[in-house]
Write a protein that binds this ligand. Structure first.
Ligand SMILES: [Zn+2]
Length: 164
């Protein structure tokens, strides 16, 4: 374990990595191969441990600036369950959600948000507007950040390095 807030080094042990985060990482890698910024998300029915939806970013593919991985899994799971509220569901994503996705997570009443890398530039949970702390936010999920942080940020760093 690295100290709190530490990034850890690539290749270091990732004791916190879970099968759901592994799946989110696989979705992020697949998104990167499609030319998308490599972010992946998974939505899980918490009690059953069942994966309801898994997706990566699809902005380039769909021409939709809101097609972030989190939005994709929320839409897919809500459609699959025929429900507007996903209160018994957990969302796992490789990058700290942006303000739009954080607001969507709140609207969907998601129980717990787990994310990998922190995003000081674009994040909206621990950075920027800190959506869940706003008085206009009526549902605050449990939040766990920095899970498998080195692996999650490593995919992003490699993607942007290769594009230079
Ligand atoms: Zn987003």
């Amino acid at each position: 374990m690295t100290p709190a807030g530490g990034g850890g080094s690539l290749g270091a042990m990732e004791p916190q990595i879970t099968p759901f985060m592994e799946l989110a990482l696989a979705e992020a890698e697949a998104a990167g191969r499609r030319g998308e910024v490599p972010v992946g998300a998974v939505l899980v029915a918490a009690e059953a441990g069942e994966v309801l939806a898994a997706a990566g970013n699809r902005m380039e593919e769909t021409g939709d600036p809101t097609a972030h991985a989190e939005m994709e899994v929320i839409r897919a799971a809500a459609s699959r369950l025929g429900a507007l509220r996903l209160a018994a569901c957990d969302l796992i994503v490789t990058l700290e959600p942006c303000p739009m996705c954080a607001a969507a997570i709140s609207l969907a009443r998601i129980r717990r948000l787990t994310f990998g890398a922190y995003d000081p530039k674009g994040g909206g949970v621990d950075h920027g507007p800190r959506i869940f702390t706003q008085p206009t936010c009526h549902h605050r999920p449990e939040v766990v950040g920095g899970v498998a942080e080195a692996a999650c940020s490593g995919i992003l760093q490699a993607f942007f390095r290769d594009r230079r």
